[in-house]
Every structure is written in structure tokens, then in C-alpha cells.
Design a protein around this ligand. Structure first.
Ligand code: NAD
Length: 336
């Protein structure tokens, strides 16, 4: 049984902890928090041992028991998943190295933070036995899952993606916009293209980013020029076979992220999480060598199964991507 510590119990960290808990081959060693806020009480309610990232006094004052400091958590963990805010992970890297504990970072960090930038479908093998890996951002994860099978089956000459991004996560009350549509970043290409190239170094990809007033999901408008000329039906069939791509059937009547989230809440998914890329099936269109489609990406959720696979890769418990992905998906309920 692998003991997994989680440093930073926020949007991503709490989901990773719950996902670790349901895996047959791993258990939560504990979670580190800085402040005794509502998420700390949730960690306590769920029975996760709480470790203090910044001193135990605030937790004592809030009457929340701590099992030790973040150093103790790192020492007792076989693998640590750092889910602290962007930039904090890089500052924590030396801590994990000091304890010789393999560490997984998130997409808010620069690629240089880790030995490998990771996406299970695209490059699991590169992380097997590495000391550190960075699970790429929600958008890069979504694009990597889509591009990997396209590259393998048809070759990709050029990708062009416009990312219409949610302005904030639901709990980020200080972010926006609340009444505007922003080119963001204004620079072209946006940082997303170079980030995808940390997974596919030879990929030709241009990306443009926007921000809009929603907290639900990101939406990608995708155009990929392929090296061969499959039919629309062939591409649809290829993508249907991918476990982390959900092709939304026209019959479901799902017209956007709102209904998608409603669908997963109705289905009883934890927090209404959508772990899969959601591709509108009827948007898949091939004209000559050009493929077009729309996909929605749940920013709070799609990186969660990837973190689980990264844990297996670093710990060298599972050498094959396929086996790890299947195990993760079965335990979490991805694709169901
Ligand atoms: P978050 O702010 O929701 O959670 C971060 C947690 O870490 C909070 O509980 C915070 O109190 C805690 N924290 C802050 N400093 C700490 C420290 N020094 N030690 C321990 N804990 C500390 O952030 P998030 O959205 O979960 O993002 C975490 C990482 O995941 C970032 O790199 C982000 O870019 C990446 N990511 C976020 C999303 C998303 O949409 N939320 C998607 C993919 C990747």
C-alpha cells in the first residue's frame, strides 16, 4: 500500500485526496494545511490526519487536532502530491528533496520544477521511477488527451486552439471578469501552446486564450490539420475508444457546461466532477485534412486522475500507462 501525503488541501488537493482514498493500492498518509478554514474541518471530518504547513498554533486555537508538521507528513509519505497555489510548489521543492520523498507538482508551476511534465495518456513511461513530475494544467491535460491519439493514428501537422477560459473557480470570489469577455492573455500564442509542447516537444501548435464570466468549465475550439485524411466517422470512432474522452451524444440535449455539470451532479459524481474531456459529438468535423471540434474541460477535476497515475509512475508500482489508467478509472468511476 502506497502512503500518499497531500500538501495543500484546496480545490485540487481535496479532490486528489478523495481519489487516492478509493484506489486499491494507495492510502492517504495525511494532508497539510496552512489555516484551519472550512477545508481543514472537511479534512478532519473525512478522517484525514491534518499536518500544519505553517505552525500548529492556529489549529490548536480552532480546536483542530494536528498530527504534526508538514515535515512529519513528508517523512511518513512514500510520495507527496503538492497542490499548493502556483509558485508555492517550487518553493517547497527543496523540502521534498531534503526528505528524499518523490514529489508531484501541479500545472501552476513552471516545467523546470520537475524532471518530467506528465500526462498519463501521452507520456506515462517518462515518469516511471522519476523523482519528480509536474501534472500539466487542466487545459494542457485536456489538449494532450485529445492530441495523443490523433498524433498516433493520423499524424498532426498543425494545431490551432482557442481556449475560452472560466474567469474563476466557484470559490474564487475575488476573480473575474464578472461582465466582460477578455482576450487573456492578449499575447499570441498564449502560454498554453508552449505548455502542450512540454508533453509533445515536436508539436506545431498555436493557441489563443480568452476569459469569460463563468465558473463552470473551459471550452476549447479546436482545429487540427492532420497528416492523413480520415473520415469524420473514423475520427469519431477513434475518440470514442479513449477512456478519458466523453463524446456527448446529440440526444442528451447538453448545450453547454451548465447542463454538463447538472448531468454529473444528477449522476451522483462527487462534487459534480467531470474527469473526462467532454467533446460535442456532432461538432467533430473533418474537411480534407482539417479536423474541427468543441470540447469542454472541467478545470477542477480533469487533472485528478492524472495525479493518481503520476503517483503510480513515480513509485514504479505500475510500469504500464494502460494498466494504471484502467485501475484509476475503475476505482474513480471515470467513463461511467
Ligand atoms: P487552491 O488555492 O484552491 O488550493 C491551494 C491550497 O493550498 C489552499 O488550501 C491553501 O490554503 C493551501 N496553501 C497555501 N500555501 C500553502 C503552503 N505553503 N503549504 C501548504 N498549503 C498551502 O489552489 P488550486 O486551485 O487547488 O491550485 C493548486 C495547484 O493546482 C496550482 O498549481 C494550480 O495552478 C493547479 N491547478 C489548478 C486548477 C484549478 O482550476 N483550480 C486546475 C489545474 C491545476
Amino acid at each position: 500500500m502506497l502512503h500518499v501525503g497531500i500538501n495543500g488541501f484546496g480545490t485540487i488537493g481535496k479532490r486528489v485526496a478523495d481519489a487516492v482514498r478509493v484506489q486499491p493500492d494507495m492510502t492517504v498518509a495525511g494532508v497539510a494545511k496552512r489555516s484551519p478554514n472550512f477545508e481543514a474541518t472537511i479534512a478532519d471530518d473525512r478522517g484525514y490526519d491534518l499536518y500544519a504547513a505553517d505552525g500548529r498554533e492556529p489549529f490548536d486555537e480552532a480546536d483542530l487536532a494536528t498530527a504534526g508538521t508538514v515535515h512529519d507528513l513528508i517523512e511518513t509519505s512514500d510520495v507527496i502530491v503538492d497542490t499548493t497555489p502556483s509558485g508555492v510548489g517550487a518553493a517547497n521543492a527543496s523540502l521534498y528533496a531534503e526528505h528524499d520523498t518523490p514529489a508531484i507538482f501541479q500545472g501552476g508551476e513552471d516545467a523546470a520544477v520537475a524532471d518530467v511534465s506528465f500526462n498519463a495518456r501521452a507520456n506515462y513511461e517518462n515518469a516511471v521511477g522519476a523523482d519528480t513530475a509536474r501534472v500539466v494544467s487542466c487545459n494542457t491535460t485536456g489538449l494532450s488527451r485529445l492530441l495523443a491519439p490523433l498524433k498516433e493514428s493520423y499524424g498532426v501537422e498543425k494545431s490551432r486552439v482557442t481556449l475560452v477560459r472560466r474567469g474563476a473557480d466557484p470559490g474564487q470570489t475575488g476573480r473575474g471578469p464578472i461582465n466582460d469577455t477578455l482576450p487573456d492573455p492578449v499575447e499570441i500564442p498564449s502560454h498554453h501552446g508552449p505548455d502542450v509542447q512540454t508533453i509533445f516537444p515536436d508539436l506545431d501548435i498555436d493557441t489563443m486564450g480568452m476569459k469569460v464570466p463563468t465558473t463552470q468549465m473551459h471550452t476549447h475550439s479546436v482545429n487540427v490539420t492532420l497528416e492523413s485524411e480520415p473520415t469524420t466517422e473514423e475520427v469519431t470512432s477513434l475518440l470514442t475508444d479513449e477512456s478519458r474522452l466523453f463524446l456527448i451524444p446529440e440526444t442528451l440535449g447538453i448545450d453547454g457546461a451548465g447542463k454538463l455539470k447538472e448531468y454529473t451532479r444528477d449522476a451522483g459524481r462527487p462534487r459534480g466532477d467531470v474527469w473526462e474531456n467532454c467533446i460535442w459529438a456532432e461538432s467533430i468535423t473533418v474537411e480534407g485534412r482539417d479536423l474541427y471540434l468543441f470540447q469542454a474541460i472541467h478545470q477542477e477535476a480533469d487533472v485528478v486522475p492524472e495525479n493518481i497515475d503520476a503517483i503510480r509512475a513515480l513509485s514504479e508500482r505500475t510500469a504500464s500507462a494502460e494498466k494504471s489508467i484502467r485501475r484509476t478509472d475503475e476505482a474513480l468511476g471515470v467513463g461511467r
